[in-house]
Design a protein around this ligand. Structure first.
Ligand code: FEO
Ligand code: CA
Ligand code: CA
Ligand code: CA
Length: 631
């Protein structure tokens, strides 16, 4: 099976049956036509031999000196950047046939790990403990190779690196250099956190997305979750908009119980010296996998929200063209929170190749839009929508924000004011294609929404009216009033070139429609569409019918495509991220938080021993006959 998709079924693997998926929840299952291999579990040295390996032994946990040289935890978004046949990166993954499917740089996000899993205690007790936690977050860049025996492994590379919460970073775009990002003590910008999904650029860099950054901040003194300490918004050094912003982005006294704020002033919302530290997170960050000296750069023109992931489409003379072709780049981005929004960034540059050659980054100059979905006809699962531009040319936004920097720092508030459509937790986006050519479509995973209950919500503090009511019933494509299972949305911008103001939308599948069927799946999250028409979905949520989270594949060229189960993870994990080699014959995904860190649930990837801490890891997937993954 070649699997490239013309004149044959795109998918003909033997699926993992529901009965198989229900058996031995402590171990993964994979299609009989496929095999998998574990790669770079948490604690792997980023180059062979440079530091001790953490193997899951709870008596031998990573130290603050070791963790910054080891692969982190919470594997999520990822991409494979091929080297050429001389072992060099040429800075791009276009003209894919010239590049190696056996040797490349793998970038992997480390979204989060529980303190109890990493430290073996519920809360950090010292700055050293905090430094370990900060080092297991971030991004790994490692060189990987496929040996003659078919196994992938880590190899030495001068470009291997860890990017953590304490790595120097830079800002670019409209917010760079503004007072919004200044701190009184002048500390340089450091780090990235809660790196969820990702996306590659056509010029060969990696975009990592900062999602739930609010959870790492808190107010000193709240270590016991005390509600007697002041709320962060009561600190008088903040202006009214900043106070509103703290609320809109979900900051509170103790965050997600990481308690970094007890030992590291950067994360203490009551520390005036770091008054703007929290505004330095919530961005998309660009990393060059082929140059370890490059400073990771936050692209502020793409807005600040809980960035899940990013998919780049390319348009040439208004038509969609394949990834890697020169043209205008467009980014589709979800903000993963109940009732938050879908966004689009359109670069001003019409030739990314010319911009890069002349030293300009196409992601620094452009227009940011948020999606307004119009109501479908009664009972219909398709309709129309419009991209609303986030610009101070709009009188409401000009009144609300004194400059573009302030507007972009509070992107969510700007989108509220424009009346964007509240969605059921937008997670990943991916560029649709068939027969090797993009068709102008974009797929979005809307993972679920436990609060779309038919009532009326009120979002506090939304200017200019001081608040905004919104309907908690069906809205646009969010047609299920109680939506525990989620859905996959397909949009196509008018003109099929990613730049039209209007768009059409359709619900590709309601996950609830698969309940109690052989092909049951819910809570779609990670998404990748290959150029041939396959759509790969990783799930994150309690799957029904007693199975673990899973990787399913759709043939989007077929009407009423059904999810085909390729892989299931282990108890407690979620299936995150996706990468593929240029020949599409090796794919990479992740098992995130296997067993939720509990050795009594699973020891994966170690053999069953009820002792070893289960470790987040990458899973390499290949067809046994070497065919295209998904076929
Ligand atoms: Fe990090 Fe919304 O998943
Ligand atoms: Ca996710
Ligand atoms: Ca999720
Ligand atoms: Ca997750």
């Amino acid at each position: 099976a070649q699997g490239f998709g013309r004149n044959q079924d795109l998918i003909d693997f033997k699926t993992v049956s529901l009965a198989e998926a229900q058996t031995d929840l402590a171990s993964p299952s994979i299609s009989d036509d496929y095999e998998y291999q574990v790669l770079i579990p948490w604690g792997t040295p980023i180059e062979p031999g440079i530091v001790r390996e953490f193997d899951g032994d709870p008596n031998n946990r990573p130290t603050s000196a070791e963790a910054p040289l080891q692969v982190g935890i919470g594997h999520d978004g990822m991409w494979y950047f091929p080297l050429d046949d001389q072992g060099r990166g040429r800075g791009s993954s276009f003209r894919r046939n010239l590049f190696s499917s056996n040797e490349g740089m793998l970038c992997v996000n480390h979204e989060f790990g529980q303190t109890s899993t990493v430290l073996g205690k519920v809360v950090p007790e010292s700055l050293d403990d905090v430094r370990i936690m900060q080092a297991v977050h971030g991004v790994s860049v490692v060189k990987i190779e496929r040996a003659g025996n078919g196994r992938w492994d880590v190899a030495a590379s001068k470009n291997a690196r860890r990017i953590t919460v304490n790595t120097p970073v830079a800002f670019s775009g409209p917010v760079a250099g503004s007072e919004q990002l200044d701190n009184e003590n002048g500390n340089i910008p450091l780090g990235t956190v809660n790196n969820c999904g990702s996306g590659p650029t056509p010029w060969g860099t990696y975009l990592t997305c900062e999602e739930n950054f609010n959870g790492y901040f808190g107010v000193q003194g709240s270590i016991n979750g005390s509600d007697t300490v002041p709320q962060p918004e009561t600190f008088s050094f903040r202006d009214a908009l900043s106070v509103q912003g703290l609320d809109r982005y979900g900051f509170d006294n103790d965050g997600f119980n990481y308690y970094w704020h007890e030992f590291d002033g950067r994360f203490d919302l009551s520390d005036e010296e770091y008054a703007n530290e929290h505004k330095r997170f919530g961005w998309i960050v660009e990393i060059d996998p082929m140059n370890a000296r490059q400073v990771p750069t936050k692209r502020t023109a793409m807005g600040r929200f809980k960035h899940e992931a990013v998919a780049i489409g390319t348009s040439r003379r208004g038509r969609a063209v394949p990834f890697g072709t020169d043209g205008q780049v467009v980014a589709y981005m979800g903000d993963d929170e109940r009732f938050d929004y879908c966004y689009r960034f359109v670069s001003d540059e019409t030739s990314w190749q010319r911009a890069i050659a002349q030293g300009r980054n196409p992601l620094d100059f452009g227009k940011l839009f948020v999606a307004k979905f119009f109501e479908p006809a009664e009972g219909s699962l398709e309709g129309r929508g419009e991209w609303l531009e986030i610009t101070r040319n709009d009188p409401l936004l000009a009144a609300a924000f004194k400059d573009d920097a302030e507007m972009l720092v509070f992107t969510r508030i700007a989108a509220d004011i424009l009346g964007a459509t509240p969605m059921d937790r937008p997670e990943w986006t991916t560029i649709g294609a068939r027969n090797g050519w993009p068709d102008g479509s974009v797929y979005w995973t809307l993972t679920n929404n436990s609060r779309r209950d038919g009532g009326t919500g009120f979002r506090p503090g939304v200017s200019p009216s001081g608040g905004q009511s919104f309907n908690l019933g069906a809205e646009g494509p969010n047609t299920e009033v109680d939506n525990p299972d989620g859905y996959i949305l397909k949009t196509t911008d008018d003109g099929r070139g990613y730049t039209g103001k209007g768009f059409s939308w359709e619900v590709f599948i309601l996950a609830s429609s698969t309940r109690d069927t052989e092909n049951v799946f819910t809570d779609p999250d990670a998404a990748y569409a290959d150029p041939f028409g396959r759509l790969f979905i990783g799930t994150d949520g309690g799957q029904p019918n007693g199975i673990n989270n899973q990787l399913v594949v759709f043939d989007t060229t077929k009407p009423d495509a059904e999810p085909q189960r390729l892989f299931t993870g282990v108890d407690g994990d979620e299936i995150t991220g996706w990468a593929t080699t240029p020949d599409y014959r090796t794919a990479f995904t992740n098992s995130q938080h296997p067993g939720n860190g509990d050795p009594s649930v699973t020891n994966f990837p170690a053999p069953r021993d009820n002792f070893t801490i289960p470790r987040d890891c990458t899973v390499v997937i290949r067809r046994k006959d070497g065919g295209v993954v998904g076929s």
